[in-house]
Ligand binder design. Structure first.
Ligand SMILES: C[S@@+](CC[C@H](N)C(=O)[O-])C[C@H]1O[C@@H](n2cnc3c(N)ncnc32)[C@H](O)[C@@H]1O
Length: 246
C-alpha cells in the first residue's frame, strides 16, 4: 500500500484491519510491547510522531499520567484525532500538523519522551525530522521507535523510500544527535500480529469486499502474506529502537 491511502474515506478500512483509531499492526499489545523495557510512570511530557488517527496516544494517555503532543503531516488527521479523543483524557492531548519544510510548533527541550509507531519508514528525510525531535527533548530525553529494517540498504521501488539497515539507521540517529542507540528485534511478535491480522480480515472479508472492493481485500491479504514471509525468511525485521539524547 502506498502513502495516498491516508485519506479520511479509508478510516473505516483502517479500523477494520488494525482496530479502533489505529493504522498499524498489533493493537494495544504492540503498543505495550514498544515500551516494555521502559518505566513510563515518571514521564510528564511526550511527543507522538505520526499519530495517525490518535489511537496510540489515546491508549497511552488513559494508562499513564503524561500529556501527549502529536505531530502529523495530514491536517485531517489532527482534526480527526482531536474530535475522537475520549472526553476524560482530552485535556492531556493536543494534535497538530507541521510543515516538513518548517519548524515543529512545540517548545524546545521540554519533552521527556518522543515515540513513533510505524512512521519512519514513510519519512523521506529522517535526519531532518529526527534532528528536530532531538531539539524538543530534554537533555535526559528518550526516543522510542517501532519500525522496520532490512539486511541491506536499498531503495524501495514503489515509493523511492530508503530501506534502512541497522547501521544506516544508527548513522542517521547519530547525525541527528542521538546516542546510546539500542535495537531490539521484535520480528517474532510482529509475525504473530500479522497472523492475527490475516485471521481478522478473513473474518471481515465480506464487510471489506462489500464496502471497499475485492481488489482492496486481496491487496491487503497479499501484502501481509508477503510481510509474514519476509519476516520468517529474515528479509525484513520489525525493530524497537531506543535512543537517548545524551
Ligand atoms: C502506518 S501509519 C501509523 C499511524 C499511527 N502511528 C498508528 O500507529 O496508528 C503512518 C503515519 O505516519 C504519518 N507520516 C508519514 N510521514 C510523516 C512525517 N514526515 N511526519 C509525521 N508523520 C508522518 C502518516 O500520515 C501516517 O499517519
Amino acid at each position: 500500500m502506498t502513502d495516498n491511502i491516508y485519506q479520511p474515506a479509508n478510516v473505516a478500512l483502517f479500523e477494520a484491519i488494525y482496530g479502533k483509531n489505529l493504522i498499524s499492526l498489533g493493537g494495544v499489545a504492540a503498543i505495550d510491547n514498544m515500551f516494555s523495557d521502559i518505566d513510563l510512570n515518571k514521564i510528564k511530557k511526550v511527543v507522538d510522531i505520526g499519530f495517525g488517527l490518535g489511537g496510540v496516544a489515546f491508549y497511552l494517555a488513559e494508562k499513564y499520567l503524561f500529556e501527549i503532543s502529536g505531530i502529523e503531516i495530514h491536517p485531517w488527521m489532527a482534526e480527526y484525532a482531536t474530535s475522537h479523543a475520549p472526553t476524560k483524557i482530552v485535556h492531556k492531548l493536543q494534535f497538530m500538523v507541521y510543515n516538513q519544510a518548517g519548524e515543529i510548533p512545540l517548545p524546545l527541550t521540554e519533552f521527556d519522551l518522543a515515540y513513533s509507531k510505524g512512521v519512519f519508514n514513510h519519512v523521506q528525510n529522517k535526519e531532518k525530522l529526527l534532528g528536530k525531535i532531538h531539539q524538543l527533548l530534554k537533555p535526559q530525553g528518550l526516543l522510542v521507535i517501532a519500525d522496520w529494517i532490512y539486511p541491506e540498504v536499498s531503495i524501495a521501488d514503489e515509493n523511492g523510500l530508503i530501506h534502512e539497515t541497522k547501521s544506516s539507521y544508527e548513522a542517521v540517529l547519530n547525525k541527528a544527535g542521538f546516542q546510546n542507540i539500542e535495537f531490539r528485534n521484535d520480528s517474532e511478535q510482529f509475525s504473530i500480529y500479522v497472523k492475527d491480522l490475516l485471521h481478522n480480515i478473513t473474518i471481515r472479508q465480506k464487510y471489506i469486499e462489500d464496502n471497499f472492493g475485492t481488489t482492496i481485500f486481496s491487496t491487503i491479504k497479499n501484502d501481509h502474506q508477503k510481510l509474514l514471509s519476509e519476516l520468517q525468511k529474515k528479509q525484513k525485521f520489525a525493530i524497537g529502537i531506543t535512543a537517548k539524547n545524551y
